[in-house]
Design a protein around this ligand. Structure first.
Ligand SMILES: Cc1cc2nc3c(=O)[nH]c(=O)nc-3n(C[C@H](O)[C@H](O)[C@H](O)COP(=O)(O)OP(=O)(O)OC[C@H]3O[C@@H](n4cnc5c(N)ncnc54)[C@H](O)[C@@H]3O)c2cc1C
Length: 317
C-alpha cells in the first residue's frame, strides 16, 4: 500500500454513537488489511457463505469482518436502513420488522448477507416489482483494493463503482455499510397456489401479473413459482393482509414446498412467509435419485427471469 489508509468520516444521517462505533470498526479493519502480507490474495473471513465451492487456497488469513454484522440504524420516516455489509438477512429482517418495514427484496436464506446479495445479485418473490437487492441501495461504503474506504452513490465521483458493484463478487472491493430503502409490511401474507399443467400458460400468467401488478383484479405483492415436473407447475401469489383466519407454520416438521400441492390458499405471518424456504433448503440435498424441483421468482416471465431458477434435488414427495 502506498498511501496511509483513509478512515471513514462520520456518516451523514447516523446518530453520533453509531457513527463513532462504525468509524472505530473501519479503523480496526484497515489495520488488519494493512497487516496482510504484501501481494497476498484478500478474502473475507466470515461465519457464513452461500457460495458452494471449495476455495483453492486458504493458507493466508482472511480479512476478519465478523464485526460487520449488524444494523446501525433504521429510519422509519425516511424508510431506510444503514446496514453493515456482512449483516445476515436474518438479522436485517429482524431489525426492520420491528418497525413494520422490510428490505425491498429478501433472499430465501437467512444466512445470505446484504453485501453478498448486492454483489451477487440476489432475487426473490418481490423482485417482479422491486428488482434486485442492489436496486434499492442508496449508497455504499466500500473498502477498495488500495485500502481506501469510499462512499459510492449514483450521483457522486464514485458512481462508476456504485453501478459496477452488482455482480462483481468482491472483485471491486467489499461493501462495509449500505443504506437501503425499506418497504412497509402488514402482519400477514395470504398466499394462493395456482396450478398449471402447461408451462406456456404459466409463463403467460407471469407476464400478465408483471404487467398489471394484479391477479383476479387484486393487487399482488409477492410472486414465485415451483416446478415439480414439466406438467406440474405452480405459481404462488402473495398478498399482504391485516387479518388471517389461521396461520401455518413450516418452521418444524411441516414442509413448505409440500403444502404447495396440498393447499390452494394459505396464511403465514410476514416473517414465516419470508423464511418459508429456509427451514429445509429443499433444493440443496445432493442424494442421487431425488426428484428435481425448480423454484423461480423474479422480474418477468419464466424465460426472462433467468437467474432466478434454482435446480433442486429433493426427496420423493
Ligand atoms: C444454495 C443457495 C441458495 C441460494 N438462494 C438464494 C436465494 O434464495 N435468493 C438469492 O437472492 N440468492 C440466493 N443464492 C445466491 C446468493 O445470494 C449469492 O450467492 C450471494 O452472493 C451469497 O451471499 P453471501 O452473503 O452468502 O456471500 P458469500 O457466499 O460469503 O460470498 C459470495 C461472494 O460475494 C462476495 N461478497 C460477500 N460479501 C461481500 C461484501 N460485503 N462486499 C463485496 N463482496 C462481498 C464474496 O467475496 C464472494 O465472492 C443462493 C445461493 C446458494 C448457493
Amino acid at each position: 500500500m502506498t498511501e496511509p489508509p483513509a478512515v471513514a468520516r462520520s456518516v451523514s444521517g447516523l446518530p453520533p454513537a453509531a457513527s463513532a462505533a462504525y468509524t472505530a470498526m473501519i479503523g480496526d479493519l484497515l489495520a488488519d488489511y494493512s497487516a496482510l502480507p504484501v501481494g497476498a490474495p484478500v478474502r473475507l473471513a466470515k461465519a457464513t457463505s452461500n457460495l458452494f465451492r471449495i476455495r483453492a487456497d486458504t493458507s493466508t488469513p482472511g480479512l476478519d469482518v465478523a464485526a460487520f454484522d449488524g444494523v446501525l440504524q433504521v429510519d422509519p420516516v425516511a424508510r431506510t436502513a444503514d446496514v453493515l455489509g456482512m449483516t445476515t438477512y436474518e438479522h436485517l429482517v429482524e431489525a426492520t420488522l420491528a418497525h413494520e418495514l422490510m428490505p425491498l427484496v429478501v433472499p430465501q436464506l437467512k444466512t445470505i448477507t446484504l453485501g453478498g446479495a448486492v454483489t451477487g445479485l440476489g432475487i426473490e418473490s418481490t423482485s417482479f416489482k422491486q428488482g434486485m437487492p442492489h436496486e434499492s441501495v442508496v449508497e455504499m461504503d466500500i473498502v477498495t483494493g488500495d485500502g481506501r474506504v469510499v462512499t459510492a452513490r449514483p450521483d457522486n465521483e464514485h458512481a462508476d463503482l456504485f453501478f459496477g458493484f452488482p455482480n462483481s463478487y468482491g472483485t471491486l472491493g467489499y461493501a462495509l455499510r449500505l443504506r437501503i430503502e425499506l418497504a412497509p409490511v402488514r402482519p400477514y401474507v395470504e398466499i394462493e397456489h395456482l396450478p398449471f399443467t402447461d408451462e406456456r400458460g404459466c409463463a403467460q400468467a407471469i407476464s400478465d401479473i408483471v404487467d398489471s401488478g394484479q391477479h383476479d383484479g387484486r393487487s399482488v405483492d409477492f410472486l414465485d413459482g415451483t416446478v415439480f415436473s414439466p406438467g406440474e407447475v405452480y405459481l404462488t401469489i402473495g398478498r399482504f393482509t391485516d387479518r388471517a383466519p389461521y396461520t401455518s407454520d413450516y418452521t418444524g416438521n411441516r414442509i413448505y414446498y409440500r403444502s404447495i400441492r396440498q393447499r390452494h390458499r394459505d396464511y403465514l405471518t410476514v416473517a414465516d412467509y419470508l423464511w418459508r424456504w429456509d427451514t429445509d433448503w429443499f433444493w440443496c440435498p445432493l442424494a442421487l435419485g431425488h426428484r428435481l424441483v425448480l423454484v423461480f421468482g423474479g422480474s418477468g416471465s419464466a424465460e426472462a427471469v433467468g437467474a432466478t431458477v434454482h435446480p433442486a434435488s429433493v426427496p420423493a414427495l
